[in-house]
Design a protein around this ligand. Structure first.
Ligand code: ADE
Ligand code: ZN
Length: 334
């Protein structure tokens, strides 16, 4: 089998995907019209032209602006359902979706509306598409811990729909330690934990996410290579890193994909996975990330197999389902 065909065919889990980052220009225009929201764009071409980022903050400004078209439960449902249909086409059989409730509650949208829209679509996807999905609530790190506590309180009313909490938004000057108490409480309530760290921020932020927030996975984590002790720790504990190659290029963390350190991370024996982050903004869903990496970083069949297996090992699926999918990958690649 050709490697591109293997990438398309192999079952995969996606573990780093912001649902607000799946808002395609066409849907943004449709929802703006449906909800009578003014946006500074007339068509998809104009929207795509604005997607010219120099760093994370450039992107976040546009991303939070785009999210303003999401008003009703149906909007959150439509957004999530569109991603589920994409996932089906890409052979993503399991996905763990981030959502940013504070992006919406600060605009007066009720927590119930957001979570019920997203959850409704994943229930339909489980039933009709055979995809398993979990929801992870991300706290916005540019806001304070008090605001995060308020959102955690809301989440407790929907505990059965949310598997874990994470941390995203502007990384520099918003270290993980700022959220020590809210993560502690979330864990006591039974939520699993992840955090963005080492995307633009220094290795110290990855240490803090591990040792202060006690997370199970690091989102991005690419700056770990600047600290050999940290690499040893990540390797020893096989801490998953949910790497997002096309995102890192679009946000200028690396100049070009050929310069990306993904292959180095893999070759050092770290538990690396590949993900799409905000595919509607970064020019590609999961398979495109893998196909582009294959082209730029000479990924071989064994690398693709390893990444697919890692995606299930790093997931929050139970042992039984992890084994089921890993057995299937082994069968397909024998
Ligand atoms: N929110 C959406 N995408 C993000 C990213 N790549 N980093 C931090 N926050 C985000
Ligand atoms: Zn992210």
């Amino acid at each position: 089998m050709k490697i591109v065909d293997l990438i398309k065919k192999i079952p995969k889990a996606e573990l780093h995907l912001h649902i607000e980052g799946c808002l395609e220009p066409q849907l943004m225009l449709k929802l703006a019209k449906r909800n009578n929201i003014e946006i500074p764009f007339k068509n998809s071409k104009e929207i795509k032209k604005a997607y010219n980022f120099h760093n994370l903050q450039d992107f976040l400004n546009i991303y939070y602006q785009g999210a303003k078209v999401l008003i009703e439960e149906q909007d959150f449902f439509d957004l999530t359902w569109a991603y589920m249909l994409k996932s089906k086409k890409e052979n993503i059989v399991h996905t763990e979706i981030f959502f940013d409730p504070q992006t919406h509650t600060t605009r007066g949208i009720e927590f119930n509306i957001i979570i019920n829209g997203i959850h409704g679509a994943i229930l339909k996807a489980e039933k009709e598409l055979g995809i398993s999905a979990r929801i992870i609530l991300c706290f916005l790190r540019h806001l304070d811990e008090k605001s995060a506590f308020k959102i955690l309180d809301k989440a407790l009313e929907h505990k059965e729909k949310i598997i874990g909490v994470g941390l995203d938004s502007s990384e520099i000057n918003n270290p993980p330690r700022k959220f020590k108490n809210v993560f502690k409480q979330a864990m006591e309530e039974g939520f699993l934990t992840v955090a963005h760290a080492g995307e633009e921020g220094p290795p110290e932020y990855i240490w803090e996410a591990l040792d202060i927030l006690k997370v199970q996975r690091i989102d991005h984590g690419i700056n770990c290579l600047k600290d050999t002790k940290l690499v040893e720790r990540l390797k020893r504990d096989q801490v998953p890193l949910t790497v997002c190659p096309l995102s890192n290029i679009r946000l200028c963390v690396f100049k070009k994909l050929e310069d990306h350190n993904l292959k180095k991370l893999l070759d050092k024996g770290l538990m690396v996975t590949v993900n799409s982050d905000d595919p509607a903004y970064f020019g590609g869903y999961l398979n495109k990330n893998l196909i582009k990496c294959h082209g730029a970083l000479n990924f071989l069949k064994k690398d693709i197999k390893k990444l697919a297996i890692n995606s299930f090992k790093s997931s929050f699926l139970n042992k039984h389902y992890k084994k089921k999918w890993i057995d299937k990958i082994n069968y397909l690649t024998n």
